[in-house]
Design a protein around this ligand. Structure first.
Ligand SMILES: C[S@@+](CC[C@H](N)C(=O)[O-])C[C@H]1O[C@@H](n2cnc3c(N)ncnc32)[C@H](O)[C@@H]1O
Length: 255
């Protein structure tokens, strides 16, 4: 099953649930609160309740025992005037609380580390005055948080129930990431403002799904997750609300 929806993911996921559709793995990067033009919530709490609704639906359409990887990072809202301070929102930490409240089990935190030159410089002023308390490090990391939909048996029993041939075809090759710090350059050549580098969903799909599984991305953007899934002999379901990004993704996936 390969499906692409140009729709709000709340609507598309509700439709999938109604039809009884199931996916075996999700890898996604939700909008980072109001960090980009395409997102606008009145308050941070509104944003968190949107994430609660989305990942509750993702939970419902996920097969028992299977995984969901969410890429998020803390987000800075720049100060609105000289008399105000900037605000840094702890999205990854709030997300873990939300996901566990839905019923997802927290499994792992993977750190995506980018080169310092690829991120905005936050310590320009500090580097000149060096006064304590005003210190702000350049933020070169994002999180990939790994969750599992609980099931009665252990992960071993899910693997035991898979056909041997599928397990054999899906084995992870040498050179896999051995620690939870993954150094990957961000994607810089894209029409999308915040695309995954192809390496990121490719690794996650390889480590957390089997050949023939269906991989979901409810915030598909430029379609990188679906491209990775297709190349790795998985099926895909991609959802994107923005028409322009959707057309771009569709062209890339089918191209
Ligand atoms: C961080 S980007 C994802 C980028 C993607 N990982 C890629 O490789 O291009 C988040 C995407 O979610 C989309 N989006 C925001 N709200 C949405 C909603 N309610 N339903 C579906 N997509 C939404 C945005 O238009 C944006 O393209």
């Amino acid at each position: 099953m390969n499906d692409l929806y140009n729709n709000d993911c709340l609507t598309a996921l509700s439709q999938m649930r109604k039809k009884g559709m199931k996916v075996q793995f999700t890898v996604t990067s939700p909008p980072y609160y109001n960090a980009r033009d395409y997102s606008s919530w009145t308050t941070y709490d509104d944003y968190l309740s949107f994430l609660t609704d989305v990942f509750s639906l993702v939970y419902d359409v996920t097969e028992d025992g299977r995984m969901c990887c969410v890429n998020v990072s803390c987000v800075i809202e720049p100060r609105k005037s000289r008399s105000k301070e900037s605000v840094r929102y702890p999205i990854p930490f709030d997300l873990v609380r939300i996901m566990c409240g839905i019923g997802w089990k927290f499994i792992d935190d993977i750190i995506w580390e980018k080169p310092e030159g690829a991120v905005p410089n936050r310590n320009g002023c500090f580097s000149r005055h060096r006064k304590p308390i005003a210190y702000k490090p350049n933020s070169v990391t994002e999180y990939i948080i790994v969750f599992q939909k609980p099931t009665k048996g252990l992960i071993d029993s899910i693997i035991r129930h898979m056909p041997d041939e599928i397990v054999e075809k899906s084995l992870v090759k040498d050179g896999y990431e051995r620690t939870n710090i993954w150094r990957i350059n961000p994607e810089t050549k894209s029409h999308h403002p915040a695309p995954f580098p192809l390496e990121l969903p490719s690794k996650l799909i390889t480590y957390y799904s089997f050949v023939g599984d269906t991989v979901l991305d409810p915030f598909m953007g430029s379609g990188t997750t679906c491209i990775a899934a297709k190349r790795l002999d998985r099926h895909y379901v991609g959802i994107e609300v923005n028409e322009e990004f959707f057309s771009f993704a569709k062209e890339r996936i089918n191209g």
